[in-house]
Design a protein around this ligand. Structure first.
Ligand SMILES: Cc1cc2nc3c(=O)[nH]c(=O)nc-3n(C[C@H](O)[C@H](O)[C@H](O)COP(=O)(O)OP(=O)(O)OC[C@H]3O[C@@H](n4cnc5c(N)ncnc54)[C@H](O)[C@@H]3O)c2cc1C
Length: 305
């Protein structure tokens, strides 16, 4: 592992879209799947991160080793198929697919997830999701200490769900099958998606981690939060975004504890108003303090692994 890029006592907040997070003891940046596998096998229970756009990272930092995949960026087009490393960023892949006259990734243009993170979350938007085009996922299976290939069906995709959330597998790469399309049609969809987003999500100049809560069945978390009145929640370091109630923005110096406290207030407000319990979409990563542990028990109903 000697020649794999590693940083010690690294302040992780600048890697995250929330701009929150303390010092991590060691963070590794593999450049390819061989380096990634070496780290997965050699480190003690590492945490895998992609582009850190769906995580709330602890302000206390993290003692577990971290592997960040965003320097793994191989993309290979073979006809309508595309093979990618897990670290490839969605917006770049969306543009490359457009250049290759392939449709299916237009939704990825507007948010910062990596392919590994997108598979983990089954990311989606604008009536498309990553599960629509995935044909094969190349995963490391912790139980078998081996590489396995899972089909789309075996990935157990659901709304913001996939088999990766069981903790057994780590995504190394994936193969997709896209559709030939006129590049102007593709560009039109990408532009429309970007335009639509201008009004419904905060730009990253207001640091955030996307939707705070998942939509309950047949409803919208943003609608419930708005009607419950959470847009009034505006504190010194964190606030609910004025234009869409399912976003929390970091006003500058927010800590993970500030965000968790606000998330709990929002969840309680909707529960008291509608008896609906919203489930967080944002994942907490790192070393919790005692108060955060208590909040997370209540917010997530269990501590995430
Ligand atoms: C402004 C903004 C807009 C957004 N809009 C949308 C949207 O429209 N639709 C949507 O679905 N999401 C959206 N998101 C959320 C986010 O971009 C997605 O959830 C994305 O899939 C996260 O990818 P990531 O690489 O940033 O993952 P990270 O945040 O780095 O990680 C997320 C989870 O995936 C795990 N993970 C990451 N890589 C791997 C891997 N290789 N193997 C196994 N596990 C892994 C991590 O451990 C973590 O638990 C938005 C976020 C922002 C900031």
């Amino acid at each position: 592992m000697n020649n794999i890029e590693c940083k010690e006592n690294y302040e992780i907040k600048n890697l995250t879209s929330f701009k929150i997070g303390g010092l991590v003891e060691k963070i590794y940046f593999p450049k390819n799947q061989t380096e990634f596998l070496k780290l997965i096998r050699g480190l003690n229970n590492p945490i895998i991160l992609g582009n850190c756009s769906n995580v709330l990272f602890s302000s206390q930092g993290c003692r577990r080793p971290i592997i960040c995949t965003t320097k793994m960026c191989n993309i290979e087009f073979r006809g309508t198929k595309v093979l990618v490393d897990c670290g490839v960023k969605g917006p770049l892949l969306s543009q490359k697919a457009h250049e290759n006259r392939l449709s299916g990734f237009e939704f990825m243009i507007g948010f910062p997830g990596s392919i590994g993170g997108n598979l983990f979350m089954n990311a989606g938007a604008h009536n498309q999701s990553i599960s629509d085009t995935l044909t094969l996922a190349c995963l490391y299976d912790k139980e078998r200490d081996d590489i396995v290939y899972l089909s789309n069906k075996e990935m157990n995709f659901g709304y913001r769900q996939s088999i990766l959330q069981t903790g057994r597998y780590i995504a190394l790469g994936a193969e997709f099958d896209l559709k030939r399309e006129n590049p102007e049609v593709i560009k039109g969809l990408m532009d429309r998606n970007l335009e639509f987003r201008k009004n419904i999500q905060p730009p990253l100049t207001y640091p955030n981690a996307g939707s705070v809560f998942k939509n309950p069945e047949n409803d919208s978390a943003g609608r419930l939060l708005d009607k419950a009145g959470v847009k009034d929640y505006d504190f010194s370091r964190v606030a609910v975004w004025q234009k869409h109630a399912n976003f929390i923005i970091n006003k500058g110096e927010a800590t993970s504890e500030d965000v968790l406290e606000l998330m709990l207030l929002m969840q309680k407000k909707v529960k008291n108003t509608y008896t609906i319990e919203l489930i967080p979409e944002i994942r907490y990563i790192g070393d919790m303090n005692k108060h955060e542990e208590e909040i997370c028990q209540e917010l997530y109903k269990k501590i995430q692994k």
